[in-house]
Design a protein around this ligand. Sequence first.
Ligand code: F6P
Length: 358
Amino acid sequence: TLRVGILTSGGDCQALNATMRGLAKTLYNCVDDVEIIGFKNGYYGLMHEKYVKMQPKDFSGIIDQGGTILGTSRQPFKYMRVIDDGFDKVAAMKKTYKKLNLDALAVLGGNGSLKSANMLAQEGLNVIGLPKTIDNDTWGTDYTFGFQSAVDVATRYLDDIRTTAQSHSRIFVVEVMGHKVGHITLHAGLAAGSDIILLPEIPYDLDVIAKKIKQREKQGKNFTVIACAEGAISKEDAKLPKKKYKAKVAARNGQSVVVGLGEDLQKLFPAKEVRTAVIGHAQRGGAPDAYDRAISTRFGIEGARLIMNRSFGRLVVLKRGEVDSIALEDTAGKLAYVDPEGKTVNNARLMGVTFGDK
Ligand code: F6P
């Protein structure tokens, strides 16, 4: 019997189920005798022996289902601390893996979870990773599943805000997910036609934003919708030591950057009404779009192929349109940022989009 464990770890996203389905269906189809064990709530299930023996029917009818049928939790090794209150997490996971006599473990996870997957691989477990996150910030792959669906949600939201902003001649600052990287904001901003796109990678200057709004007004465009990443930051704040910036955020009750930016803009445009809006977790919810379903299915199949070929310690990736894999240790601990000098950003500047810096 080939015994394969699966877990979904970290923030959820669309197409987790589609990915597991692709992997499971391939294994059931290609291997005569296979047993799939689903760990509940991510690494927690592996750590505490919480699992279910999956049946082929469990993977049926879930290709378009959001969330994860297994449940998830944030990755367990905050600050990569493996022993908490005397409880050795890695030893506990290894114990479950051995007890269940697993041949392989498939981890569907983003950056933190893949770092943990690499750690388990280095401890001798047969691990493969599948690149999950709406943020599209996993190093070494052109795509992480969930991204396109999240961009779709954010785009629709920005579109909807535009009609009401236009009716009321208002300025809107809309928060898009992405704490450290701005891929969702960049793509949803472009898709929704935003003239001002603010990313964590490009600190903004309030005067530049104000100038753009005034320019729009001069052209008779009496409304503005700013696509603003969760992690967007002003030039001044970017210079602050991390601790000081954290204290500043705490002083606005931990509220997001859009609140501060909204207040700043209201002061600069007293005659206009400024509103802020946060899209939030809807960006991770609901059904995956067609692109995510297809790519996740392809990722899942490749994951199964790696397991069948006993090619472990690998992460399934997309490279120039084809599925492939890279070593988990090559991606662990790295993030794929938006390139501030890349063509996507620079070309957008050509049509007048400002990223708040110039
Ligand atoms: O990594 C996915 C993500 O949705 C980020 O875009 C966002 O910054 C974060 O997770 C939100 O985390 P939580 O689910 O803990 O609120």
